[in-house]
Design a protein around this ligand. Structure first.
Ligand SMILES: Nc1ncnc2c1ncn2[C@@H]1O[C@H](COP(=O)(O)OP(=O)(O)OP(=O)(O)O)[C@@H](O)[C@H]1O
Length: 615
């Protein structure tokens, strides 16, 4: 009972999905009419052949009969061509409209969705599931409709020609169905398992390819090889299971057809000899037999494909039901924020030698609104609070540093500022206005996030720098590059801004990636700068270049820095200590050193570590 309910719900969902993506009604009507017309014409062929045979045996062949038969063939072939094209058009249209909607939806889903779903799964919905629906529409819907018409029409004509022979032939149908039905459902479960296994293999491949260095460095080739081989072996087994089913179905259907043919010809021959039917009738009956039996052979695959399409549409609908980050901004919004490579000087963030360059680049830094957290609490999962009652404010136009032990919620603070997640309680305000009430696009365009991970996209340096921005002239790109201390490096590249950076920027050094990240932030001219301190240790030359570039970027901007090495932030305007998700102190370096136990301990510890390193 439950299963029936589920399937009927599936069908409802499937139909609503198709309806919301279907092309103009007249195109669908044309596709259906052409399909029906083609089937009806194909039913005329046996009748005309019957007349042809009868006229030939009576030596009274009329030219009209040949002309009519030829015309039916030509029109039927043309109709079949148009029918295939229009049906393909409908299928392609539906799938491309569905993919477009999925694509738009996926890129606007909130970050928690991506925390909880693998990218392989999501990719499979946009590509594989839509493909299943396309194949069903193009390859099966019309041929199924045509098949039904062919069977009903064929049986009616047969009954009209000779009911005895019709019944004889139809006796074979239940026998064939008896075998085909259970095999069809077996085929469905095998092909479903095969699909699942293929998705797992795709997932493994994606995981290994994106982290190929980790695989190699961890000597995990053998483990991956074993896992991959296991999946490929089970795909092979499923393939063989499918082959076994087909090896029963195909010969069985052929034998049934041959048997029916033999019986029809034998019994029909007797009836022709007895003068109860003409030889033309017999030829027509045999031709009609093919037109009736063929659709039955397609039924099994229709139902398998039907169930697959229901499953696929369910998964697509689930994805489409997911809330987007900002329902209001479903229009063509720009990814204006910059989540950019790691960058943070390893020494004091001071120095004036680069400051002049910033004026050539941006003016957003002139804004001096206050960014403040008011009693913010947040948890990723209900059972584990991460931030509790956090109240803090960043110094407008100055540098505010966040320090604290690992895992205490520093990066989470940044994610809340970026609105990747929403606070459970409390709010974040900018210039007195709650950031949650600002349009998301507008808010993110005010921020640049120079993160630890230094994400880069495969593509040219220009593409990476101007990613998400429209029509940035090369002169501005070069200014940003100069501001980020990269001009010399760029001059050494024969292809200049067109140089490919490789997947995730693998063709660049850590320091170059950091400076590109800074150049990218400069181009965006943000009011608020979020810096996640680099964990990579750059050599001192590279450090100096990054440090200078940061001076340019930070000038006059409200900057929040997550600092691990406290020496880098001793001149920060304000330092906030975060402990177990709570603010346990704030002040300047000197104030905290005197009044805050954990801060003093951390500074002391790092001082000893440095001494040891230098010794
Ligand atoms: N997407 C997530 N889903 C669930 N838990 C998360 C997620 N991201 C972080 N956490 C958890 O939240 C806590 C705070 O993480 P966060 O990255 O903010 O710490 P952090 O102070 O920046 O640490 P570190 O200094 O090591 O970078 C950690 O315990 C972490 O396990």
């Amino acid at each position: 009972m439950k299963k029936k309910e589920e399937i009927s719900l599936d069908v409802k969902g499937f139909l609503s999905l198709i309806r919301s993506h279907s092309p103009a009604k007249w195109i669908i009507a044309a596709a259906v009419l052409l399909g029906i017309g083609e089937t009806l014409l194909s039913l005329l062929v046996p009748l005309m052949t019957k007349t042809l045979v009868e006229q030939m045996s009576a030596s009274a062949l009329e030219t009209m009969t040949i002309v009519l038969l030829g015309s039916v063939f030509i029109v039927q072939t043309a109709m079949s061509g148009f029918s295939v094209y229009t049906m393909s058009y409908v299928g392609e249209y539906i799938v491309s409209s569905m993919r477009r909607q999925l694509w738009e939806r996926v890129i606007r889903l909130p970050v928690p969705f991506f925390d909880n779903n693998t990218s392989g799964e999501t990719m499979s919905r946009v590509t594989n599931d839509t493909n299943v629906i396309k194949e069903f529409i193009i390859g099966h819907v019309i041929s199924f409709l045509g098949g039904i018409i062919s069977v009903i029409g064929g049986v009616s004509i047969l009954l009209y020609i000779d009911w005895r022979m019709t019944l004889l032939m139809l006796a074979a149908v239940p026998a064939a169905l008896l075998v085909l039905w259970p095999l069809g459902s077996k085929m469905f479960s095998v092909s479903k398992a095969m699909q699942d296994e293929t998705a797992l293999l795709q997932g493994d491949l994606g995981r290994v390819l994106t982290e190929i260095r980790l695989v190699k460095a961890s000597l995990a080739e053998k483990v991956e090889e074993r896992q991959g081989s296991g999946r490929i072996a089970s795909l092979f087994r499923f393939g063989l299971k499918e082959a076994k089913i087909m090896s029963i179905v195909t010969p069985l259907m052929m034998t049934v057809m041959l048997l029916v043919l033999v019986v029809l010809i034998g019994y029909g021959g007797v009836r022709v000899a007895q003068g109860q039917i003409t030889s033309g009738d017999l030829v027509a009956i045999i031709l009609l037999m093919f037109q009736i039996v063929m659709p039955f052979t397609q039924m099994a695959s229709f139902f398998t494909q039907f169930q697959k399409a229901m499953g696929a549409s369910n998964r697509i609908l689930e994805l489409l039901k997911e809330e987007t980050e900002d329902g209001a901004s479903m229009s063509s919004c720009r990814a204006a924020n910059a989540v950019i490579g790691n960058a943070m000087p390893s020494q004091q963030l001071s120095g004036n030698n680069q400051l002049e360059r910033s004026s050539a680049i941006g003016t957003a830094g002139q804004h001096r609104a206050e960014l403040a957290f008011h009693n913010v609490s947040f948890s990723y999962t209900p059972d584990r609070p991460i931030l509790q009652n956090v109240s803090l404010s960043a110094v407008p136009g100055g540098m505010t540093a966040i320090v604290g032990p690992s895992g205490t919620g520093k990066t989470t603070l940044f994610s809340l500022i970026e609105r990747f997640y929403l606070p459970g309680q409390g709010n974040i305000r900018y210039g007195g206005e709650a950031i949650s009430s600002m349009p998301l696009e507008q808010w993110r365009s005010r921020i640049a996030y120079v993160s630890q991970e230094s994400p880069m996209m495969a593509g040219s340096i220009r593409h990476n720098l101007t990613y998400g921005l429209d029509g940035v002239p090369d002169s501005k790109v070069r200014d940003a590059i100069a501001g980020a201390n990269l001009s010399e490096f760029l001059d050494t590249l024969p292809e200049g801004l067109d140089t490919e950076v490789g997947e995730r920027g693998v063709k660049l050094s850590g320091g170059q990636r950091q400076r590109l990240a800074i150049a990218r932030a400069l181009l965006r001219d943000p009011e608020i700068l979020l810096l996640d301190e680099a964990t990579a240790h750059l050599d001192s030359g590279s450090e100096k270049l990054v440090q200078d570039a940061l001076q340019v970027l930070m000038k006059d901007r409200t900057t929040l820095v997550i600092a691990h090495r406290l020496a880098t932030i001793s001149n920060a305007d304000r330092i906030i200590v975060l402990e177990n998700g709570e603010v346990s102190g704030q002040g300047t370096h000197m104030e905290l050193l005197q009044s805050h136990e954990l801060y003093a301990k951390l500074v002391h510890q790092q001082f000893i570590d440095n001494e040891v390193l230098q010794a």
